[in-house]
Design a protein around this ligand. Structure first.
Ligand code: FES
Length: 168
């Protein structure tokens, strides 16, 4: 298993056995315990076999909930909302500014496509979502699980500098 040791995974499965929300709990803990905060294919298959569920069901859950990651994550995660309200209030420029600050390439931010890119040093992952459901606060960004509203390019550059200094 490349992303998670099976001993740890067995402990997680045992801890959630028969409890409400067993599958979500196991998947969430498995992701947290992984090296780069994601659920590898091996991990998904392992959970499926241990819980005696079809792999397709596990995969559906993993892809339905945005907090599950199917790719390795950087030390810090920046999620930019690209919904209509955020778009009209400048989220595209915010995304460009983030890319510039982190040295990402313009082609990593393909228009009309979901963005998922990690810097070469694995320090930052940048993603987009369709809507955080907080449109009145647009433009909205999530950094490491904390929502920031009325974001500006100056603010995001400052937050990136601060996040980069934090020990992970
Ligand atoms: S469009 Fe950005 S929070 Fe809804």
């Amino acid at each position: 298993m490349n992303n998670l040791n099976t001993k740890k995974l067995d402990q997680i499965i045992k801890a959630y056995k028969g409890k409400p929300g067993e599958l979500l709990g196991v998947m969430g803990e498995a992701q947290k315990a992984s090296m780069r905060n994601y659920l590898s294919q091996d991990t998904l298959f392992y959970i499926a076999s241990k819980l005696q569920l079809p792999a397709s069901q596990i995969y559906s859950v993993a892809t339905f909930y945005t907090f599950f990651n199917l790719k390795p994550q950087g030390d810090h995660c920046i999620i930019v909302c690209r919904g209509t309200a955020c778009h009209t209030r400048g989220s595209k420029n915010l995304l460009r500014s983030i890319a510039l600050t982190l040295g990402l390439k313009e082609e990593d931010l393909r228009e009309n496509e979901k963005v998922f890119v990690t810097t070469k040093d694995n320090k930052f992952t940048v993603k987009t979502v369709a809507c955080f459901g907080q449109c009145a606060l647009a433009p909205v960004i999530d950094i490491d699980g904390k929502i920031y509203s009325h974001m500006t390019e100056a603010k995001i550059r400052r937050l990136i500098r601060q996040a980069g200094k934090k020990k992970v």
